[in-house]
Design a binder for this molecule. Structure first.
Ligand code: SD4
Length: 341
């Protein structure tokens, strides 16, 4: 400890020692207030940087976090070069593009769609489920009917590029989730094709607005070439996303089955409630996945990102290559997450 810090500490302590009651309240030096870094938006992966820009436009104008995250994740949903989200997502093994998404606001309101077909902006359908129905989840045909009844237009989400990748995959038809390449930075021109590393490009986004309220969104086409009807962690409240406005939020990307087993995002938030910083909470959740099946955990990718009420954020993953994009008044950055392996 520096001599100056020691001196300040001793002098505060000794002056407090001779003061009593109201005097102490008036005269002691106040502890520094926790630094609140708000507004802020964080998202999974490097392409989250572009999504964060759309979210930031809302946050910078003092908009609500839930509006910001919806606007943010709509960007990759509409990007045909991202094969794990929305339009252009890789299909399931039967050739159907099925989307999973969920959203949560600062009041524990939440909405989710599972295995939704034909609608690019699954997140906006999830938002309407949250706001217009007495339910939290709509799945399959019911979700599509609800979307169409609310003005969404039926589209073909299978692009020629994704169809080509699927047909290529069909030659062997081997379902084997691959993990991302070490520290890969998104490059549209180099993005590899069929069932390659971009098997893991779900966007999960968390934001804290100017009022200090939280919101979160998660949207994906799920694991490429999955079984028809398979639903991952992304639309499951508590697994792929959780927001508790008292504590913070968390979201995930990677092999959803492993995240569901440990109710990963809820776990991360509860660990933060117990006092862990975001990165430590994410690490603990990752360790739990390893504990269940150490061998399997070496071959798959799962990453968590978390944000707490002070605007502190962190991430942790099983494998190298997981990245996190951050936008606040202080920075616009992409970080490589720490990982176990
Ligand atoms: C899923 N968690 O469906 C998703 C996939 C994913 O990046 O994260 N891809 O299991």
């Amino acid at each position: 400890m520096s001599t100056r810090r020691k001196f300040l500490q001793t002098s505060v302590l000794s002056s407090a020692a001779v003061l009593t009651g109201k005097q102490i309240l008036a005269d002691t030096i106040a502890l520094p207030k926790p630094v609140v870094n708000t507004p802020i938006v964080i998202s999974t992966w490097d392409f989250g940087k572009t999504a964060n820009i759309a979210a930031w436009e809302i946050l910078a104008q003092k908009g609500r976090a839930v509006d910001a995250v919806e606007a943010g994740v709509r960007i990759p949903e509409a990007d045909p070069t991202n094969h794990t989200i929305g339009y252009g997502g890789y299909p399931d093994r039967d050739g159907y593009v099925t989307l999973d998404a969920c959203i949560m606001d600062e009041f524990y309101n939440c909405g989710s769609v599972m295995a939704l077909q034909h609608i690019t902006h699954a997140i906006s359908v999830a938002r309407l489920v949250m706001e217009k129905t007495p339910h939290i989840v709509l799945a399959g045909d019911g979700a599509l009917q609800f979307a169409l009844a609310n003005g969404f237009k039926k589209e073909n989400l299978l692009t020629p590029e994704s169809e080509k990748a699927w047909k290529e995959w069909m030659k062997k038809a081997k379902y084997e989730p691959e993990m991302n390449i070490e520290n890969r930075l998104y490059d549209k021109d180099k993005d590899p094709m069929p069932g390659g590393p971009d098997n893991h490009d779900t966007i999960g986004m968390l934001a804290m607005d100017a009022k200090g309220n939280l919101g979160g969104a998660c949207t994906t086409s799920g694991m490429a070439f999955k079984m028809h009807g398979r639903v991952g962690d992304s639309p499951i409240i508590g697994a792929g996303l959780y927001v508790d406005n008292e504590i913070g939020g968390a979201t995930s990307s990677g092999v959803g089955e492993e995240v569901i087993r440990i109710v990963g995002s809820h776990l991360v938030v509860e660990l933060m409630r117990q006092g862990l910083k975001p990165e430590a909470a994410c690490k603990e959740a990752v360790q739990r996945i390893i504990k269940r099946n150490p061998e399997k955990s070496k071959k798959i990718q799962v990453g968590f990102v978390a944000l707490n009420k002070k605007g502190e954020y962190g991430a942790y993953a099983l494998q190298k290559g997981f990245t996190i994009s951050v936008r606040s008044n202080k920075e616009e950055s992409v970080y490589a997450s720490k990982s176990v392996y």
